[in-house]
Write a protein that binds this ligand. Structure first.
Ligand code: MF3
Ligand code: CO
Ligand code: CO
Length: 269
């Protein structure tokens, strides 16, 4: 352990983890990434989101992990699958994928008590030009947020990096959902906002674990939750995209726990 007082929490209630804890997060994150790699093979025109979720449910168990989402606040599936104008928390089911649909698949597993939370975009059939641009900007905004992760920077620096990049492309950042601390719990302080002003918010310290998971819309940022109490959609029905990584702050930067072992995080394969 090379950082000061691992195991403590900051004034904002953010836990400071030890070197050994990083190893636990890496292992959990790698299983999540492997499942997201594998499901890419199945995404296709004619498939239902329920079939994709069935595969994920099976792989979560086969790989020796448990699903963090099954049973979470009454949620019953191993993934959230959010198609087109669905912003997040889409419930897998009978929906059949059509040519040109874009979808986010979000998976969280628990391994040895550690949570690995990640999501990516996928395409059924041929990727429409407008959707391609949205996916590219959303992916790059996450990576710009991650670039701002190092001790001494603030959470506002992360949000600002994402927001300024997205808005310069005339797209919008969703305000109604945010990233979160995680570790041995699914959702912990702080709320990781994907917008903000430089130098504001809690200061980043070595040993903090959290997700960054920007949702970006082609139209306006407002969302609404459907009658199923989960599915969040864009109010203006515009397309939405999201990418998510679980990360840890190291002595001089960032450790991305959920990097793809086969380099497939971004759907240009
Ligand atoms: N994985 C989501 C996140 O990024 C949370 C999903 S909760 C569920 O925080 F219940 F909808 F699955
Ligand atoms: Co998350
Ligand atoms: Co997630």
């Amino acid at each position: 352990m090379n950082q000061a007082h691992p195991g403590r929490t900051t004034r904002e209630g953010i836990r400071i983890h030890s070197d050994a804890d990083f190893e636990g997060m890496r292992k959990a994150g790698q299983i999540t990434a492997q499942i997201l790699d594998e499901v890419a093979e199945l995404v296709d025109v004619g498939k239902t989101t329920g079939e994709l979720d069935d595969f994920i449910t099976r792989r979560v168990t086969e790989l020796g992990t448990t699903s963090a989402t099954i049973g979470y606040k009454g949620y019953q599936h191993a993934s959230c699958i959010s198609v087109n104008h669905v912003v997040c928390h889409g419930i897998p089911g009978d929906k059949v994928l059509k040519d040109g649909d874009i979808l986010n698949i979000d998976v969280t597993v628990i391994l040895d008590g550690w949570f690995g939370d990640s999501s990516r975009m996928y395409v059924a059939g041929k990727l429409p030009r407008k959707a391609e641009r949205l996916i590219q900007i959303t992916h790059d905004s996450l990576m710009k947020g991650i670039d701002a992760v190092k001790p001494g920077n603030t959470f506002g620096d992360i949000g600002h990096a994402i927001q300024s990049y997205v808005e310069a492309q005339r797209m919008s950042v969703v305000r109604d959902f945010c990233g979160h601390g995680l570790g041995r719990v699914f959702h912990a302080p702080p709320n990781v906002l994907h917008y903000g002003r430089p130098g504001t918010g809690p200061r980043l310290e070595e040993g903090m674990f959290f997700t960054i998971e920007p949702m970006v819309n082609l139209g306006r940022p407002e969302t609404k939750v459907l009658a199923d109490d989960w599915t969040a959609v864009t109010r203006d029905k515009s397309l939405s995209a999201q990418f998510e990584h679980s990360v840890g702050v190291t002595s001089d930067g960032v450790d991305i726990f959920t990097l793809s072992p086969t380099g497939r995080f971004h759907p240009t394969y």
